[in-house]
Write a protein that binds this ligand. Structure first.
Ligand code: B12
Length: 226
């Protein structure tokens, strides 16, 4: 078991591997994280994903451009490939399980966050219908009906693409008034999610499953009252 100091060092190296697009280092430090007993989820979120956030800051400062961001994403995925099975094996199964349709809104190709959210639902034992990125609005509705899913999770990473979220929410509700809709992505807040007519919001992949469970419990309670 790594000491607190060593854990910090490993997280720093994972972060550094992403911001410096060092795929080999991402793999090397992911292996070390596993060997030394660092929680693979912590290694993913506080190491790899945290590095991606700094890459975004570099992009803002015009130190990085799109090609650098893509290389950072490659390094993140290289590390995640190794950590993923360990996260899956870590047995974070939730008591309440359901099915969720998940996707990134139309016009938006940012899918790293959505993929982390997907991973957490899979690990919790949920059935995930992943529509991917740049998803046409009606595809969310079609998939919800086709799969009879109780929850729909929608991601947006841009202040422009998020503007289509209220329309998706509206169309989903028209077809299924009972559906529980959760929104997420960096530009979203609980207030915006509420304003857009959604039922829930989660800031991180780590809290998304709990939020979905809360929504399912509310749904069951409402149905029991009827
Ligand atoms: C990586 C990145 C890219 C990569 C994406 C690679 C990929 N496969 O995803 C590439 C290089 C392709 C890219 C392209 C572009 N990008 Co970009 N990109 C980013 C960057 C740096 C990081 C995003 C990221 O991966 N974060 C890490 C993950 C782990 O965090 P996350 O996505 O927020 O997800 C977490 C939570 O939000 C939450 N969550 C996410 N989704 C969901 C869903 C649900 C249901 C729930 C509950 C929770 C949840 O859980 C996740 C895990 O904890 C951001 C900067 C930023 N600060 O966000 C810019 C950023 C989003 N990009 C931006 C821009 C402008 C672009 C481009 C237009 C650039 C260009 N000139 O071409 C294009 C857009 C193309 C398009 N049409 O979508 C802007 C958007 C500005 C705006 N309008 O809001 C940003 C904010 C950068 C900036 N400051 O200007 N980008």
């Amino acid at each position: 078991m790594a000491t607190e100091e060593r854990t910090k060092e490993i997280l720093r190296e994972l972060h550094h591997a992403v911001t410096n697009f060092e795929e080999e280092d991402a793999v090397k430090w992911a292996k070390i994280a596993l060997e030394e007993g660092v929680d693979p989820f912590v290694a993913t979120m506080d190491g790899l994903a945290d590095g991606m956030i700094e890459a975004g800051e570099k992009y803002n400062r015009k130190e990085y451009f799109v090609p650098e961001l893509l290389m950072c994403a490659d390094a993140l995925y290289a590390g995640l490939n190794l950590l993923k099975p360990a996260i899956e094996a870590s047995g974070r199964k939730s008591e309440v399980k359901g099915s969720i349709v998940l996707g990134v809104v139309e016009g938006d190709v940012h899918d790293i966050g959505k993929n982390l959210v997907k991973l957490m639902f899979e690990v919790a034992g949920w059935t995930v219908y992943d529509l991917g990125k740049d998803v046409p609005l009606d595809k969310f509705v079609e998939e919800m009906i086709k799969t009879d899913s109780q929850v729909v999770g929608i991601s947006a990473l841009m202040t422009t693409s998020m503007l289509s979220m209220p329309e998706v929410v509206k169309r989903l509700r028209e077809k299924n008034p009972k559906v529980r809709i959760m929104l997420g992505g960096a530009p979203l807040t609980p207030e915006v999610a509420e304003k857009y007519g959604a039922d829930g919001y989660a800031k991180t992949a780590g809290t998304a499953v709990d939020e979905a469970i809360r929504l399912l419990k509310m749904l069951k309670e409402e149905e029991a009252k009827k």
